[in-house]
Ligand binder design. Structure first.
Ligand code: NAD
Length: 485
């Protein structure tokens, strides 16, 4: 085993789980066991809650300008350890080194945003009547939890850690049991950056810990990122226990390609969007709607996709179960009459035969009822449908229950604006295959891609991680002025 077992990080120290249970952490790149992860129980969670509770008073009373100093330091440590974090992320998740590096760089950008929080949370103050003023302040919630998925082991934890903690909360992170190693390294860096013990804790595990978090009476808010099925369960359970909850779910992102789209640029963007991180991105292009005759562009997409080779510039999918699920979707589409223009099934990388790879797959003549058109595949697969006009393309996009992202490829500005208005998704791209808003713009989808109010990053996250205190002061009490006068 290459790495020591991943313990829980509680009150600034690594400790074994009370359950005594562990699960192997396997690298999708070659099937080797990298480590094992604690499968914690309610006792471990209680230890983390106790640590966070002890730390909260002092941390929340620390001025915000002082709190963010930890994140200025944390940013320099992420930069110092960029190579190490990149390698760890690639090993445990299966993505390529350049994709892993981009993810850690995004973590740095997220931390920069948190450093700007003092500038963003200045309250409001107004003399509302003679000698009377009202003011607002952002107050931390207390103990909060963040539950994260496997596909971005470094970036998604950093969607929540810097902002929630800089705003004065104490956090319990529940990493994905498939990729707990990057999160563990983040805990070490936060400690080295000077974060007081107990402010950030990790409880590793699976379903049991997620349920215990949703039920724990002392946890005030829960953020969740993962599949729609589990997002719904977590949102329902956490809010039924009167917690604040923001739960981001899965996606089925549509690209609409118009006949006037620039062929080379469009083909490169579509191929990169469907296959980046082996299609395991909630922002990946999963369905394409060609409007009118776009055959020449589709041919170019196939040529571009052929340049993406498993084990070289295409990483692995997370495990055998995922590989089989993705291949099953392709089998089904073929049986239902779709045409496989490029087939990524049964991909094997020489010397890494136990790795779990799927090659880029382009499926044409898909119809909207097919499962490859409707469901999230989470692999390097694009399902191409055809529409006679833009309204028909929008109808297909709108009918899908998800709403994370949608993109249009065209040179016609008015048409692009029309699609921006009519597409039912939270994040829209024009000639952009992966329309992730960069900081300080916030990230979040619509419909079945997100449950709860607001977005998970950017200014919107400030509202999620704080509550407003509204104060009214009469400075001239002796004047006997009615405050409403
Ligand atoms: P997942 O839903 O299986 O797991 C997410 C988290 O929930 C993990 O920490 C896991 O341990 C926990 N979990 C799993 N099953 C559970 C259960 N039955 N009860 C309670 N908790 C449970 O998701 P995943 O496979 O790790 O990640 C991939 C999914 O995440 C995809 O659907 C992807 O689209 C989505 N995702 C969405 C976004 C977004 O911004 N909307 C971002 C990243 C990933």
């Amino acid at each position: 085993m290459k790495y020591k077992p991943e313990q829980n990080f509680i009150n600034g120290k690594w400790q074994d789980t009370a359950s005594g249970k562990y699960l192997d952490v396997v690298s999708p790149l070659d099937g080797n066991v990298l480590s094992k992860v604690s499968m914690s129980d309610a006792k471990d969670l209680q230890d983390a809650v106790d640590a966070a509770k002890n730390a909260f008073q002092s941390w929340s009373n620390t001025p915000v300008k002082e709190r963010v100093q930890v994140f200025y330091k944390y940013k320099t440590l992420l930069e110092r350890d960029l190579d190490l974090l990149t390698a760890l992320c690639s090993e445990e998740n299966g993505k390529t080194l350049s994709e892993a590096r981009a993810e850690v760089e995004k973590s740095i950008e997220l931390t920069e945003f948190a450093c700007s929080i003092p500038q963003l949370i200045t309250g409001e103050l107004l003399e509302v009547s003679r000698g009377i003023e009202c003011r607002t302040e952002h107050v931390p919630l207390g103990i909060v939890a963040s539950i994260v998925p496997f596909n971005f082991p470094s970036m998604v934890p950093n969607w929540t850690i810097p902002n929630a903690i800089a705003l004065g909360n104490c956090m319990i992170l529940k990493p994905s049991e498939k990729v707990p190693l990057s999160a563990g390294k983040l805990a070490d860096l936060l400690k080295e950056a000077g974060l007081p013990d107990g402010v950030f804790n990790i409880v590793n595990g699976g379903v049991d810990i997620v349920e215990a978090i949703c039920d724990h009476p002392e946890i005030q808010a829960v953020s969740f990122v993962g599949s729609t099925k589990i997002a719904k369960v977590v949102y329902q359970r956490a809010t039924s226990n009167y917690k604040r909850c923001l739960a981001l779910g899965g996606a089925k992102n549509h690209l609409m390609v118009l006949p006037d789209a620039l062929p080379d640029m469009t083909a490169q963007n579509v191929a990169a969007s469907m296959s980046g991180c082996a299609g395991q991105r909630c922002m990946a292009a999963s369905a394409m709607v060609g409007v009118g005759n776009v055959d020449a562009i589709i041919n170019k997409i196939v040529e571009e996709a052929k340049k993406i080779v498993p084990g070289k510039n295409l990483g692995a999918v997370i495990n055998k179960q995922s590989q089989e699920r993705i291949e099953h979707y392709i089998d089904e589409a073929e049986k239902q009459g779709a045409k496989i223009l490029l087939d990524g099934r049964k991909a094997v990388v020489s010397g890494k035969e136990k790795g779990t790879y799927v090659g880029p797959t382009v499926i044409d003549h898909v119809t909207p009822e097919m499962s490859v058109a409707r469901e999230e595949i989470f692999g390097p697969v694009i399902s191409i449908m055809r529409a006679k006009n833009v309204d028909e393309a929008l109808k297909i996009e709108n009918a899908n229950p998800y709403g994370n992202a949608a993109s249009v490829f065209t040179q016609n500005g008015a048409m692009a604006r029309y699609i921006i208005d009519k597409a039912s998704a939270g994040m829209i791209g024009v000639n952009v295959g992966v329309p992730v808003p960069r900081e300080p713009f916030s990230f979040g989808g619509w419909n079945d891609s997100k449950f709860g109010v607001g977005d998970i990053t950017g200014k919107s996250s400030i509202e999620f991680w704080t509550k407003l205190k509204k104060t009214t002061v009469k400075w001239n009490a002796e004047a006997g002025v009615n405050w409403m006068s």
